[in-house]
Design a protein around this ligand. Structure first.
Ligand SMILES: Cc1ncc(C[n+]2csc(CCOP(=O)(O)OP(=O)(O)O)c2C)c(N)n1
Ligand SMILES: [Mg+2]
Length: 752
């Protein structure tokens, strides 16, 4: 049996009948018509354009049919199609193949039409290989069915609806920002970003936030060349979009130019898309193109639309087939006769089925290693070399515009991070620092103070108060070639935007085999111990949501000397490997100077400049051991380091000598160092300032168990509770007394 041997689906059968039944057009007179002339005066649709459009639409339709046929035989794994949406091919025709595109999962005809603009590409093969999860699918390599290709400037999307809009905003913003900064960009200077999505998706807060951010930027006269294309089929799976809703929500939106077209009018779609693209390209301002389309073949292969739609409604849609609409134009122009089109349609279908048959034999991924090979590449030697390479003395001097930090004397954690950011700005002309209140105010805690003045408003700037847009900006900047250092003001405020890290940032290399990357560093102030101030949201320590994101780097610096070197390492890892790094900063230690006694200055440290090979870099996943006791190993991080080191003398007074391991990286966890230091004493107390559940201690203890550590283990952690205001905060946060008590108990119970 061949792939397509089963009965024709109604949409397929109906289209063939309708094509055959079109009234015959004028006789074709070879060479008489100019293929480059408009078919209708004033329209951009030419004879050649209409023929190419029809070709792309038919190819896309047959790819959907092949997806069903493959699925039926258990050879394909994806059936969400583009059938009914093929008017989007005209949007591709109106754009340049170098305009970065972030596509809706029903923008298949766009993808096909764009591939036709670049010689040597076979979009049929790309899509079919995706459907069968073949290793040689050019974008995701068998990890997902995506529309994406590095040669076509199509950035692959995950299937979380609307999650690509913040990145699209970021790409649009970065096209012009890269030009302004004079740094290399992945896109031409006059490119525009195009982003398609469904009508139901247009309601998602991720979408509305990104569109709002684009409009706000345009309001500020910032260039945001973003073409938003809403492919409105009136449905979100089974839920109807109220008639006229998209128009009423977006047609009158200030700073968002409105364009619209009906999918059954190919010339109209091309003209509207071309007008919109031209407007966005020249004005560098966002536009919204509303495409009215229909959805054939239900939501996906498993969706029975008869449950929520009437047969009459489904039948009526068939009359609005965009392929039939283009065919009408082609026949009416004398470019082909109806019988030619049926023949062409069948020929394309047969070729695609044959190709599908061949693609279905291609191998899939066969090992966990090969699946994960693209997730988060790590080249520690290159990262080390990159981190240790200073910018020129002149560049540093110009950027610091004052004494170099290595001559400033001992610095606090906040000061060290600040100086490392300045060094980064000197080293990487493509580096941007942005977030809420980071510019003029210099951050809530002064960590970004002075950066605006030093690096200028093009590189250090405040953003809209929307964490999804902040991260989206970073994602778009990263994929464009910039080095974004975004700030999320508090850990609690990452959570509303976390999918931008989880679903988007951390998966891009995975779903593109590293052909697209979004290097980025997200600085987040967090953790507790702010002496009762701020309540839960300013003392949040929920690191579990980060620790379980595959491939994410999580830095958690407690000391000023570690912080500068770790930040430098994150910038280097982002540059070398495209790493996605979260840099957690303990607010309570920002301005801490002392450890044991007031005035001891033991929490201050001199700044190691980037040229100091040993001190200027901290390898990912490497811990630091303080003290060299032999009775007990405390494993900790963040505020836990400060608390634990303060307990060391008390333990010594009780005859227990301690070594304290600062994890420094919560991911990758420094397993080798943990195990070595555990073996050194045979006893491990994990001191976790976060939570008993979902915090850090579970991972550390599991790593010790996995490594076969047979010594004694215990843990102390903060309570599984939000942090209350005032003195009550102390009731749920881990205390020095608890650490001391747990340490002594562990030593007691494990001593002969
Ligand atoms: C954030 C999120 N929520 C829910 C889903 C499940 N889901 C997939 S498609 C879809 C409907 C999308 O409708 P629309 O945006 O109109 O696109 P269409 O499929 O109609 O083209 C839903 C709810 C999802 N993918 N992502
Ligand atoms: Mg829809």
């Amino acid at each position: 049996m061949t792939v397509g041997a089963s009965e024709r689906l109604p949409v397929d059968a109906q289209l063939r009948i309708a094509l055959a039944g079109l009234p015959a057009g004028p006789t074709v007179r070879a060479g008489a018509a100019d293929p480059t002339a408009p078919l209708v005066a004033g329209s951009r649709l030419t004879g050649r354009g209409a023929t190419e459009l029809l070709e792309a639409q038919m190819v896309s339709r047959h790819l959907d049919l092949a997806a069903r046929a493959l699925r039926e035989r258990g050879l394909g794994y994806y059936t969400i199609g583009s059938a009914g949406h093929e008017a989007n091919a005209a949007v591709a025709a109106a754009l340049r193949p170098t305009d970065p595109a972030l596509l809706h999962y029903r923008s298949g005809a766009f993808y096909v039409r764009r591939a036709m603009q670049v010689t040597g590409h076979d979009p049929r093969r790309d899509v079919l290989l995706g459907l069968v999860a073949a290793i040689d699918e050019p974008m995701a390599g068998g990890r997902h069915k995506v529309f994406g290709h590095p040669d076509l400037a199509v950035i692959p999307q995950t299937s979380t609806i609307a999650s690509h809009l913040p990145r699209a905003l970021g790409v649009a913003f970065s096209i012009d920002r890269a030009r302004r900064l004079g740094v290399a960009s992945a896109w031409p200077e006059d490119a525009i970003a195009v982003c398609s999505f469904g009508d139901a998706s247009a309601n998602h807060s991720t979408a509305t936030g990104a569109i709002n951010a684009a409009c706000r930027a345009a309001h500020q006269h910032l260039p945001v060349p973003l073409l938003l294309v809403c492919e409105d089929n009136g449905l979100g799976i089974s839920v109807r979009t109220p008639e006229g809703w998209i128009r009423s929500a977006y047609a009158q939106r200030p700073h968002l130019r409105w364009f619209e077209a009906d999918g059954t009018d190919p010339g109209g779609v091309l003209d509207a898309a071309a007008d919109a693209a031209e407007w966005v390209r020249t004005e560098r301002s966002p536009a919204f193109l509303h495409l009215r389309v229909v959805r054939f073949l239900a939501h996906a292969g498993t969706d029975v639309e008869a449950v929520y739609r009437t047969p009459a409604e489904i039948r009526l849609d068939l009359e609005r087939d965009p392929i039939l609409a283009t065919a009408r134009v082609v026949v009416a122009a004398g470019l082909a006769q109806p019988t030619d089109l049926v023949e062409r349609y069948d020929r394309i279908g047969a070729e695609i089925l044959e190709l599908a048959e061949e693609c279905s034999t291609h191998p899939q991924l066969t090992s966990a290693e090969s699946v994960m090979s693209a997730l988060a590449p790590r080249h520690p030697d290159k990262v080390r070399a990159e981190a240790a390479t200073p910018s020129s003395a002149a560049a540093r001097a110009a950027m610091f515009d004052g004494p170099l930090p290595e001559y400033e004397g001992p610095l606090t954690l906040a000061q060290s991070i600040n100086r490392a950011l300045v060094d980064g700005l000197a080293r990487y002309p493509e580096m941007l620092v942005f977030g809420e209140d980071v510019a003029a105010k210099g951050g809530v805690y002064g960590v970004t103070r002075g950066l605006l003045k030093k690096a200028g408003a093009a590189r250090v700037f405040d953003t809209v108060l929307d964490e999804q847009s902040i991260l989206g900006l970073a994602l778009g900047a990263g994929v464009t070639g910039l080095l974004p250092v975004a700030e999320i003001q508090y850990l609690a405020y990452l959570h509303n935007a976390e999918d931008q890290l989880r679903g988007e940032a951390a998966t891009l290399q995975f779903f593109s085999q590293g052909q697209y990357r979004n290097p980025l560093v997200v600085r987040i102030a967090g953790y507790g111990y702010q002496k009762g101030f701020g309540g839960h949201f300013h003392n949040d320590d929920a690191v579990g949501v980060l620790r379980d994101i595959p491939g994410l780097v999580i830095a958690s610096a407690a000391r000023p000397d570690d912080a500068a070197a770790m930040l430098r390492t994150c910038l280097a890892a982002a540059t070398v490997d495209g790493s996605v790094c979260v840099f957690l900063e303990p607010i309570a230690l920002y301005h801490t100077a002392d450890l044991h006694t007031p005035g001891d200055g033991a929490w201050l440290a001199p700044y190691a400049p980037p040229s100091d090979w040993d001190d200027s870099h901290v390898a990912l996943g490497s811990a630091r051991t303080h003290c060299d006791g032999t009775d007990l190993t405390i494993v900790t991080s963040g505020n836990g380091l400060h608390l634990s080191l303060r307990v060391v003398p008390a333990l010594a007074a009780r005859g227990v000598t301690t070594r304290v391991v600062d994890l420094r990286w919560l991911a990758p966890l420094p397993v080798e160092d943990i195990v070595r230091e555990a073996e050194a004493t045979g006893r491990v107390l994990v001191v976790d300032e976060t939570r008993r559940t979902g915090g850090i201690s579970e991972g550390v203890l599991a790593a010790l168990v996995d490594a076969g550590f047979t010594g004694s283990m215990a843990r102390v952690a903060s309570k599984d509770s939000p942090v209350p205001l005032g003195a009550a905060a102390r009731l749920v946060l881990l205390s020095e007394a608890e650490i001391e008590e747990a340490a002594l108990a562990l030593v007691r119970r494990s001593s002969p």
